[in-house]
Design a binder for this molecule. Structure first.
Ligand code: ATP
Ligand code: MG
Length: 303
């Protein structure tokens, strides 16, 4: 069966099927019950692996300390993606003035001041500061689920501003971390292929900002620090990253004073499944009506 790749048509199909609900802002739609069931069931499959691997599970809110964003140099690499929480600190008169401007469609942002929070751009960010000190002898393994924000509005349905990421983070020696990353690269492929998805892996780079960012991306590619598992969702030529693997070397270890059991600076790596993208990959591949999906895929996801 040949697949028709038309992002707008796919978006319209998802809306017509009640899988997503537009809210008037790009990349911030609501999700219908079937969409959520698929996200939950895929997440359950991953949770089972996390339990078997003995990962420590944590949940953070969708906001992160602004200090963490600053210390991670997020604004140097990704200023274009960052979301910072601004709130009102003024008195009554100014509050009324702000409300008046808002009601009349005027700009009101000059009444706001920056708070101590940013919206979480990557689910693992709040974790690293808490790992300060020595890791257990075998290193650490953590499992996180959360909402990520990135300022990348798009008409393309798989590029959202707010989405969920199921992440694993491994911390330890470079060998431990790389071995874990390679094992998961294969495992991630198998997991997605077991759902009938046309998944393939490739070397990748992050969308670093500006001219300097181009060099950072090139360096990341040359050192093979980032890999993605890609599935055709809106294009056959440019498949969509549904799971990404980042090897940070000792970047976070030295920043947040994380050490191996031997007292060396720890290396870290993370992997993140984009849960909405996986649901969309399933809809694109098997159709918007789950009742017509292949029996083995329905069984695997218990839907
Ligand atoms: P892309 O190359 O498509 O921008 P990425 O490699 O930057 O993705 P990561 O930062 O590594 O993505 O995030 C981990 C996972 O989160 C990705 O594999 C993807 O599935 C998901 N993801 C990233 N950005 C978005 C987005 N804007 N909307 C929905 N899911 C996303
Ligand atoms: Mg990206």
């Amino acid at each position: 069966m040949s697949i028709d790749y038309d992002p707008q048509k796919f978006y319209d199909e998802l809306v017509a099927a009640g899988h997503i609900y537009p809210v008037g802002v790009q990349g911030a739609f609501g999700r219908g019950p079937v969409f959520e069931r698929i996200v939950d069931r895929f997440n359950d499959l991953v949770s089972e692996i996390a339990r078997n691997d003995g990962a420590e599970t944590r949940t953070y809110p969708p906001v992160v300390s602004r200090k963490v964003i600053e210390k991670n140099n997020y604004l140097e690499s990704f200023p274009h993606l960052c979301g910072t929480v601004f709130s009102f600190f003024g008195k009554e008169l100014e509050g009324r003035e702000m409300a008046r401007k808002a009601a009349q469609g005027e700009t009101w942002s000059e009444h706001l001041k920056v708070t101590d929070l940013c919206l979480t751009p990557a689910i693992c960010y709040p974790l690293y500061p808490t790992l300060k000190g020595k890791l257990p002898p075998g290193g650490g393994l953590y499992s996180l689920l959360g909402w990520a924000y990135r300022h990348e509005p798009s008409t393309e349905p798989t590029r959202m501003q707010s989405f969920r990421m199921r992440e694993f983070i491994r911390a330890g020696t470079a060998d431990q971390v790389v071995e874990w990353r390679d094992m998961w690269l294969q495992r991630g492929l198998e997991l997605l292929r077991s759902l009938g998805l046309n998944a393939n892996s490739d070397v990748a780079a992050d969308p670093f900002f500006g001219r300097g960012g181009k060099m950072m991306a090139q360096n990341q590619r040359e050192q093979r620090l980032k890999f993605e598992v890609l599935i055709p969702v809106i294009s056959a030529e440019n498949p969509t990253a549904c799971c990404s693997f980042n090897f940070h070397q000792d970047h976070f270890g030295s920043k947040w004073e994380i050490q191996t059991a031997d007292g060396e600076v720890a290396n870290t790596a993370c992997l993140g499944f984009g849960l909405e993208r996986i649901a969309m990959a399933l809809f694109k591949t098997h159709g918007c009506n789950v009742e017509q999906w292949p029996a083995d895929v329905r069984r695997r996801l218990s839907i």
